[in-house]
Design a protein around this ligand. Structure first.
Ligand SMILES: [Fe+2]
Length: 273
């Protein structure tokens, strides 16, 4: 697992920004169910730059592309450069793992999966099963997770992956969750310093504790899915992102931010994508 060091602010607080599910295309103006994904992502980036909060690192939690094109990853890299912060990524079900890595690396976005600070480590996992919407953590991923946890047993831990571990109450989306959640949870149960698991994939906010670990999901920067829906259904909530502060004593403060309402309207008649 490639490693990098988190910056060490004087107050010891690690500040992170999560952006997820940008679903970009090669073409600038192409839309996903009524929302031009490059435009909504740009609006999110613009809003982030106007906020007073500082952050040290950006986490991009998958589905960065919708069309598997090299140009869509180049577009992501070009756009996110404006934040002028280190960016770390992991793949989602819509991504092309090899193209993604190659195109992002060329743009200076490296594939480190373990970010180590004074009091925390952040571990990024690949839960993609190419060609299917659900997730699975391979034996290798689970081994690497456990090795990272063993390496720094005294540090608090935030784990990031694309797919959600627990059902969020939307039947159609919960079919596409992490299928070997029990294997993942068995590892987590052995390491009480694991404080939170952060995901994308579900295009909505979720924040629940399970056996002492906080499970978080976040909005997409484009379309939002309706919470608690049986069938595919879009939500009118605005595109958004998440801000996290990891305190030296293991506490986490986090908040979801969204664009002002009404800037981006999805096609609510859509029945899938
Ligand atoms: Fe997505």
């Amino acid at each position: 697992m490639e490693t990098c060091t988190l910056s060490k602010p004087d107050d010891g607080i690690v500040r992170l920004l999560q952006i997820s599910d940008t679903h970009l295309f090669a073409e600038t103006n192409r839309d996903l169910l009524g929302i031009a994904t490059a435009d909504s992502f740009q609006a999110v980036l613009d809003a982030i730059t106007e906020l007073p909060q500082t952050y040290d690192v950006v986490l991009a939690t998958g589905d960065l592309s919708q069309d598997h094109s090299a140009a869509s990853y180049q577009r992501f890299a070009r756009m996110v450069t404006t934040l002028q912060k280190p960016v770390h990524w992991l793949p989602g079900n819509h991504d092309h793992r090899v193209l993604m890595q190659n195109e992002l690396q060329v743009s200076g976005i490296r594939p480190e999966m373990q970010l180590v600070g004074d009091h925390w480590q952040v571990i990024l996992l690949d839960s993609q099963v190419y060609g299917t919407p659900h997730g699975w953590l391979s034996h290798l991923q689970l081994e690497q997770l456990e090795a990272a946890l063993l390496q720094y047993p005294e540090k608090h831990v935030l784990i990031c992956l694309h797919h959600h571990t627990f059902p969020i109450g939307s039947i159609w989306l919960d079919q596409h969750d992490l299928k070997n959640a029990s294997d993942f949870l068995a590892v987590l149960a052995r390491y009480p310093r694991v404080k939170a698991v952060l995901c994308g994939h579900v295009h909505q906010e979720y924040d629940q504790y399970h056996q002492g670990i906080r499970f978080l999901t976040s909005p997409s920067t484009c379309i939002q899915f309706q919470p608690l829906s049986v069938d595919f259904s879009l939500d009118t909530m605005s595109p958004g992102w998440r801000y996290l502060q990891l305190y030296p004593d293991g506490r986490i403060a986090t908040q979801v931010w969204r664009l002002e309402p009404g800037q981006f309207a999805p096609d609510l008649q859509s029945t899938g994508y």
